[in-house]
Write a protein that binds this ligand. Sequence first.
Ligand code: DQA
Length: 155
Amino acid sequence: MIIGVLNGPNLNLLGTREPTIYGTATLADIMTHLEGVANALGVQLRSAQSNSEGTLIDTLHAWRGEVDGVVVNAGAYTHTSLALRDAFSATAIPFVEVHLSNIHAREPERRHSMLASASIGMVCGLGADGYEYALRGLIRALQSLPSRQLPPVRG
Ligand code: DQA
């Protein structure tokens, strides 16, 4: 099994970016930890980060047929990007959304995810650990459910 880990805008600044909200782990720290978890589970990872919406979409297109699922933190595009949700629908890649902060306990404009309705599920508010939980949950869902039982990838 191959899982893609996709990170959106400003997540390259983790570690120094508003640490009281996002913690002090860098994206490299998070990916190193995830690689260890994936190795232990016999899963391969692909990873990408971009500050550009188009590049995130291009990455999903490139991963079509290569990855079995994606863990995504789309950053602020979570709240705005119908195009990114369309890319998940178009590629039919199952995904789990992750957010370091609890987006439902923040400003009103962060409480809605454009991606959530097409996702298997979401982990939020558990900091960097949430990436591991999202990865484990995605793998479990992919392993235990026949594909027809996964939520339809829809808008
Ligand atoms: C975030 C939450 C978003 O609202 C924000 O724009 C981010 C990070 C999180 O991981 O908590 O960039 O996705």
